[in-house]
Ligand binder design. Structure first.
Ligand SMILES: Cc1cc2nc3c(=O)[nH]c(=O)nc-3n(C[C@H](O)[C@H](O)[C@H](O)COP(=O)(O)OP(=O)(O)OC[C@H]3O[C@@H](n4cnc5c(N)ncnc54)[C@H](O)[C@@H]3O)c2cc1C
Length: 464
């Protein structure tokens, strides 16, 4: 029995455990279904190369998060890198973001984008009649960037990364992920290379050693309670508040914090009158999958780029990137390692395998990688990758979370909350849920546990 049980030891679960302990609360257990902790922030070592589950770059714009990272991992162990990312189209590399960097593209593309931008106001008609939740991404692009940008970049790229129709997507996720532009900026970036860096990811941190897993390792080392791995929660008896694991273990809880995918959580809840309706909603929650293909190459490819976006359909992948440009320790000396990604939604194994084969072939051709140079290949499957912000999600997601909360189940993190978010948000989600619990549930107990915690620390110091 534990007062609080945390499902999942990815960044959100570990942050929740960390913040519980930081507040002096130790009556919790954390269970992870995999043998290794970290979730999407794991890194894989193979033949001297290190690969993440696609590039995981640390963007920091929150003071609390920055201080926490400084204390836990020491920023000296990270490279601070100025982004060199590009869009590849019409056989040209243009700096990201597309909406401020048209220089070098064919004249008709530049014309389409500028004229479309000037004309974009004509799409504003329906805006006031629609709530943000039912306002499609397609309309949002037309209103903010115009039809030219839609045609040449946003619509084809979004289709590739989300595997979902832009007309059926809501626009609520766009926020900081899609930098805006202005006529002045757009013209400036059409007549010469734009020197301005735009967007939330213009600078980022990356561990000097060990890939992004280094962050997880350091975070987890802060915990006094153990993380129990190879414990997969299969059934939640929410009436009696008992968890049943696939290895036969059972655990009673008072408060459940889920950081695993919300659709799986809803499926695992044992029938109760109150939550039965929710169970039926799990199949309506949409999330795509990503196949991440990685190559370790015996050749010092510089490429002078961190990652590249591909909006055109002639390239079956939507992004490639180069780990060795994040840290020289990601590949053995004289070698380089690249990654690529493609997404799909509800496709057969056959489709996935054929597409993977095509992606490998086309990316090698484009990046001039010879088969003889390839030392290692690692294919990683991300089953839950990009949550689809369709209209059903927009109408129902808050209701789902509110109903779960009534049963003392808090579902947080990128997949727990069912959203598009970063590592920073994962850590902050853990902090926020603990703050709420402390205020609402166990301020009294915290005082008691704080005393116990001080005692544990004192005992540990005495032992040392
Ligand atoms: C392709 C891609 C690229 C990304 N790039 C970046 C980036 O560059 N920068 C950035 O900041 N963010 C990036 N992100 C986002 C980042 O990965 C996430 O925000 C963060 O890792 C989410 O952490 P989490 O703990 O919420 O979820 P997860 O990492 O998914 O962790 C959930 C954990 O729960 C466990 N679990 C699930 N079900 C159960 C169960 N039944 N029982 C027990 N355990 C269970 C899982 O095994 C997993 O370990 C990217 C995401 C994707 C998909």
């Amino acid at each position: 029995m534990a007062r609080v049980v945390i499902i999942g030891a990815g960044l959100t679960g570990i942050s929740t455990a960390y913040h519980l302990e930081k507040n002096g609360f130790f009556d919790y257990k954390i269970f992870e279904k995999e043998a290794q902790i970290g979730g999407l922030c794991k890194s894989v070592q193979q033949d001297g190369f290190t690969f993440d589950y696609t590039g995981h770059l640390l963007h920091i714009n929150d003071n609390y998060f920055q201080d926490l990272i400084k204390n836990i991992v020491n920023l000296d162990n990270f490279n601070l890198i100025a982004r060199k990312s590009f869009v590849y189209s019409h056989e040209k590399y243009t700096p990201y973001p597309y909406q401020t960097n048209l220089y070098g593209l064919p004249t008709n593309v530049i014309e389409d984008c500028i004229c479309g931008f000037v004309d974009r106001k004509k799409y504003n008609l329906s805006r006031n009649n629609k709530s943000k939740n039912t306002y499609s991404y397609y309309q949002w692009v037309l209103q903010n960037f115009g039809s030219g940008f839609g045609k040449h970049f946003f619509f084809p790229y979004q289709q590739k990364i989300f595997s979902y129709d832009a007309r059926k997507l809501s626009s609520t996720w766009t926020g900081r992920f899609v930098p805006k532009t202005s006529l002045r900026n757009l013209i400036k970036g059409s007549v010469e290379e734009n020197q301005d860096t735009v967007g939330y990811n213009s600078k980022f941190f990356y561990p000097k050693k060990g890939g992004i897993y280094y962050l997880i390792k350091k975070f987890a080392q802060q915990l006094l309670n153990p993380i129990q791995t190879n414990f997969c929660i299969k059934t939640i008896d929410s009436v009696n508040k008992i968890l049943i694991f696939d290895n036969g273990h059972t655990e009673k809880y008072d408060i459940l914090i889920n950081t695993g995918p919300l659709d799986n959580l809803l499926n695992s809840i044992k029938d109760t009158h109150k939550l039965q309706a929710l169970k039926n909603t799990s199949s309506k929650l949409l999330c795509n999958s990503v196949v991440n293909f990685n190559l370790g190459v015996f050749s010092e490819k510089t490429y002078d780029k961190h990652w590249i976006y591909y909006p055109e359909n002639i390239y079956p992948f939507y992004r490639t990137g180069f780990f060795h440009n994040y840290s020289e320790n990601m590949a053995p000396k004289g070698c380089s390692n690249m990654y690529g990604e493609f997404s799909y939604l509800k496709k057969s194994k056959n489709f996935i395998n054929n597409k993977l084969e095509l992606c490998l072939k086309e990316s090698k051709k484009l990046l001039e990688i010879n088969d003889k140079e390839i030392l290692t290949e690692k294919i990683l499957h991300i089953k839950h990758a990009y949550v689809i912000y369709d209209m059903w999600r927009e109408k129902n997601i808050t209701k789902i979370h509110n109903t779960l909360k009534l049963e003392n189940i808090h579902s947080i993190g990128r997949y727990g909350q069912w959203k598009y978010s970063s590592m920073q948000e994962a850590v902050l989600d853990g902090k926020q849920v603990v703050e709420k619990l402390i205020t609402n549930n166990f301020a009294q107990e915290i005082r008691y546990w704080k005393i116990s915690h001080d005692k544990i620390i004192k005992d540990q110091n005495l032992i040392k």
